[in-house]
Design a protein around this ligand. Structure first.
Ligand SMILES: [Zn+2]
Length: 459
């Protein structure tokens, strides 16, 4: 069987074959670098890292572009607040992004273009759109895209222009022909810092967000390429507009396969700063090791919603411990080559070939771990480690992973159990729960009985 991918554009699973045989060209929308990456970014980065790893494993050469938006309203505002240049803010945030991505085992893309380095390409695309009557200069100095002139606008998100418009707030007088018209070139405001504007035939200003991706993708991957990915929240207006701009300018199909990863929720609620349940990758890495976070993302399907909670992360940690425990018992052959005709590897491949079915692929790892526990076979242990490697997992030292979860010694555990008993006696149940959870975070489960509290390592 060969690879099938769910295409958001056609809403079905399609057999995948790249335009150029053996070579996949893929673009994924990256971060706007004004702050640290949050859990939603972690999900998208890990999801498409698994995609590019599996494409390579399947024998393709992959040119993978993940852009960096380094000019934007939020960036300008933050740089002014901090009293620093845009470049110093964005350089710092790109360093932080790389550290977080590296920690999560996300391999670097082939190209990581910064939007500010492609402004000439963006201007050239806007010029072509204007020449074709798809772009117009508005009274406020901006250049906008005329969505009504692009009949298939709305196709990706499956909505008509009228339906899309109903969901939009009515724009105040900003000179738009249609409230949905995206801005291609924003005219500079006198108050904006000098490093936030470029001179152009459209006046001093800066690019809109959507044109950045169109221009960088076409420049680095060509006017038609294989896969475009991003979070589901980017379908409209971002990806819808990318299609309108790129196809409007080139007259060719922009992308064959559109892939979107699902949302991340926190304790079943949408993650947002206003709800106070907003986590950066660094917040999470204070409580859990990076491989556990990666495993938590990988074991659910990339299109499913993903619910984050401490209990789910703890559960992921315990599950990963089971895999490492199997590897710890047998010395696996180093650098094993995967035998794809073996029953476990064949099942793993079938799962991954069906729209990157990581939940089933992870289930195969557990079946294989059970077999390793039973047979103590170094060959099977090596297959387990190598298959885990396809998902960016299980490459660490088993002993180090297992010991990291048991960092408390017996005395420290007994002391916490005693503190918890005192808290319960004083009816401070919140404190008692806190201690229980603190131990749980270390992989230690408490069992209350008539003769006191026992503890055991979570299995
Ligand atoms: Zn984009």
């Amino acid at each position: 069987m060969s690879l099938r991918i769910y295409n958001t554009l056609t809403r079905d699973l399609q057999a995948f074959s790249p335009i150029e045989p053996g070579h996949v060209r893929m673009y994924v929308c990256g971060m706007t670098v004004y702050d640290l990456c949050h859990l939603g970014h972690a999900r998208s980065m890990v999801a498409f890292d698994v995609v590019q790893r599996w494409l390579r494993e399947s024998g393709f050469r992959v040119t993978y572009v993940r852009n960096i938006t380094d000019i934007d309203d939020k960036i300008i505002r933050r740089a002014v607040e901090n009293g620093e240049t845009i470049r110093s803010l964005t350089d710092r945030m790109i360093d932080a992004l790389h550290q977080d991505a590296d920690a999560l085992g996300v391999q670097r893309p082939t190209h990581e273009p910064r939007a500010t380095e492609y402004v000439p390409q963006m201007l050239s695309m806007i010029g072509r759109l204007e020449a074709k009557g798809l772009a117009y200069r508005a009274g406020n100095g901006d250049v906008n895209y005329a969505v009504r002139k692009f009949p298939s606008y709305g196709r990706l998100s499956g909505k008509s222009l009228d339906e899309l418009r109903a969901g939009e707030r009515v724009a105040v007088d900003d000179g738009k022909l249609d409230p949905l018209d995206p801005v291609l070139w924003k005219s500079a405001k006198p108050t904006e810092p000098a490093d936030a504007k470029w001179d152009s035939e459209f006046g001093a200003g800066r690019p809109g967000w959507h044109i950045e991706c169109s221009a960088m993708a076409c420049e680095l991957l060509g006017e038609t390429f294989d896969i475009h990915g991003g979070g589901a929240d980017l379908q409209f207006p971002h990806h819808e507009t990318e299609i309108a701009q790129s196809e409007g300018a080139s007259g060719k199909t922009f992308v064959n396969t559109w892939m979107h990863n699902g949302f991340i929720n926190i304790d079943n609620e949408k993650m947002s700063k206003s709800l106070g349940n907003f986590f950066t990758i660094r917040d999470v890495l204070k409580a859990f090791d990076a491989e556990t976070v990666r495993f938590f993302v990988v074991r659910s399907h990339y299109r499913s919603p993903l619910n984050y909670s401490d209990a789910h992360l703890q559960d992921a940690r315990n599950a990963l411990r089971r895999l490492y425990t199997a590897l710890d018992q047998v010395s696996a052959e180093p650098e094993a080559v995967i035998d794809w005709t073996g029953p476990y590897a064949a099942r793993f491949k079938a799962a991954m070939d069906e729209d990157f079915g990581t939940p089933e692929a992870v289930a195969v790892l557990f079946d294989l771990a059970t077999e390793v526990n039973k047979t103590r076979s170094p060959v099977l242990a090596a297959q387990l480690r190598a298959l885990g490697g396809c998902l960016g997992l299980l490459q660490g030292d088993p002993k180090a992973f297992l010991q990291a979860g048991a960092s408390l010694d017996d005395d420290a555990i007994q002391q916490l159990i005693e503190q918890r008993a005192q808290a319960k006696k004083g009816k401070d149940f919140a404190e008692a729960d806190r201690i229980r959870n603190e131990l749980l975070a270390q992989g230690i489960v408490l069992k209350d009985g008539s003769d006191g509290t026992r503890w055991e390592m979570a299995s």
